[in-house]
Design a protein around this ligand. Structure first.
Ligand code: SF4
Ligand code: SF4
Length: 406
């Protein structure tokens, strides 16, 4: 992980219009709303039925990049994700809110040590389990979903997290989130909208499941509460911003110094006393304001070409935060036609690979004497071993992803 020391900021990570902002409910996600429009049924996966129909069509036609062999590789990569958490269903599968395999004598009493030591232990454990970047933040309840598909998430003064017939109960004592990122294979992502790019995402999802489950069990073994989450329970991107892992770009995704947006996120919520990290400012808002690459290539015109606003552009947005909003149903409709998901906005973003001169052709200004945000990130990637070779005349060559964990 590239040290964040030169990027940390005391500025608030978000501008929030408190009059407008409300916690986001899962039924407003495009996966749910589009699935309802298509099938009349409520769930996360119904919107993918058309995508699977297009998959069958691609296989029948032997479409290059979308053959049966391509889909087979993708489905194998996704298997561990489906076993452990199915993209993230709260308190379900192996994402249970109770200890899975920990002897009771270890969960009864928390280990007695200081927050600095616990923070170091947790980050080291995350690394052992395969995290490529780990940050800690105080848990801002704004980012916890107001409800899952049916039941609300509530905070109460209780000893343990619980699910009842009517609600998911998170103890008031759960005040921190450990956010972890796994880098995706950039060469696979570069093939988007082919299936190999989806394979990179699926490997990421499977690794997310391993990470969230393993770190939660580690924390429980030290006597603390742990709620393992993939996409469920709380919004991963704003938590990752708060934890200093990166910034939000025009395409609505996290941009990190190490991998740009070629990264997947998971988190563990806990009552363990930990030292939070600070948000970072790499200058992404200024950079994205003058760069329109993702908006230009998006096949569904889902990405805004304007300035950040507090107003959403569709029913799937959560207005009240100043940022670029994405037309999420338009994006998903392209996935349905494509027969697999899309990562065009990730593959084209110059922060995915690092500085290349063609970006300068479109850019109107060099912001600092050291170069722009992209120059600085590219230099740091080379310094810390993420880039093999950065010639300023061509796209940098990334080193293969280093895996030290599970
Ligand atoms: S994933 Fe594809 S369709 Fe969706 S916003 Fe990105 S480029 Fe557009
Ligand atoms: S492609 Fe350009 S505008 Fe889009 S997220 Fe990346 S840097 Fe920002």
């Amino acid at each position: 992980m590239i040290p964040r020391s030169q990027y940390t900021t005391d500025k608030p990570a978000y501008e929030v219009d408190q009059e407008v902002f409300r916690r986001f409910p899962v039924p407003k996600q495009a996966f749910v709303t589009l699935g309802q429009k298509d099938t009349g049924q409520t769930g996360i996966l119904y919107s993918l039925e058309k995508m699977f129909a297009a998959m069958g069509n691609n296989i029948m036609k032997n479409t290059p990049g979308k053959t049966r062999l391509d889909y087979a590789l993708h489905l194998g990569a996704n298997a561990v994700n489906m076993v452990l958490g199915e993209y993230g269903l709260p308190n379900s599968h192996f994402l249970k809110w109770e200890p899975l395999f920990i002897p009771e004598l270890l969960t009864e009493r928390p280990v007695e040590t200081d927050p600095e030591t616990l923070t170091e232990l947790v980050k080291n454990a995350a690394n052992v389990y395969g995290s490529d970047m780990t940050g800690i933040t105080g848990l801002d309840k704004k980012w916890v979903y107001s409800q899952d598909l049916e039941k609300p998430f509530v905070f109460q003064d209780v000893a343990k997290p619980a699910e009842t017939e009517n609600e998911f109960i998170i103890p008031d004592s759960v005040t921190h989130a450990i956010v972890m990122g796994v880098g995706m294979n950039m060469d696979f992502i570069d093939t988007s909208p082919a299936v190999l790019a989806s394979t990179a995402a699926s490997v990421g999802y499977s690794r997310m499941g391993i990470l969230a489950v393993s770190l939660a069990e580690f924390i429980r073994s030290l006597g603390y509460i742990a709620i393992p989450c993939m996409n469920d329970t709380a919004l991963s991107i704003p938590l990752a911003v708060d934890a200093g892992l990166g910034e939000i770009g025009r395409h609505g995704l996290l941009i990190t110094p190490e991998f740009g947006s070629s990264v997947r996120l998971c988190k563990v919520l806990t009552n363990m006393p930990l030292i939070p990290d600070k948000p970072i400012d790499m200058g992404m808002t200024d950079f994205c304001n003058q760069c329109l690459l993702c908006a230009d290539v998006c096949p569904s015109s889902a990405i805004s070409k304007g300035k950040p606003t507090f107003d959403g552009v569709c029913e799937n947005n959560n207005p009240g935060i100043k940022k670029w909003y994405i037309d999420a149903e338009a994006c998903l409709k392209f996935w349905q036609i494509n027969g697999t998901d899309c990562a065009q906005c990730i593959s084209v973003c110059p922060f995915t690979y690092g500085y290349e001169w063609s970006q300068c052709v479109k850019c109107e200004r060099c912001e600092t004497t050291q170069g722009c945000a992209l120059h600085v990130v590219t230099f740091l990637r080379q310094k810390y071993g993420y880039i093999k070779d950065a010639h300023w005349g061509s796209r940098p060559v990334n080193n293969p992803l280093l895996r030290t964990g599970l």
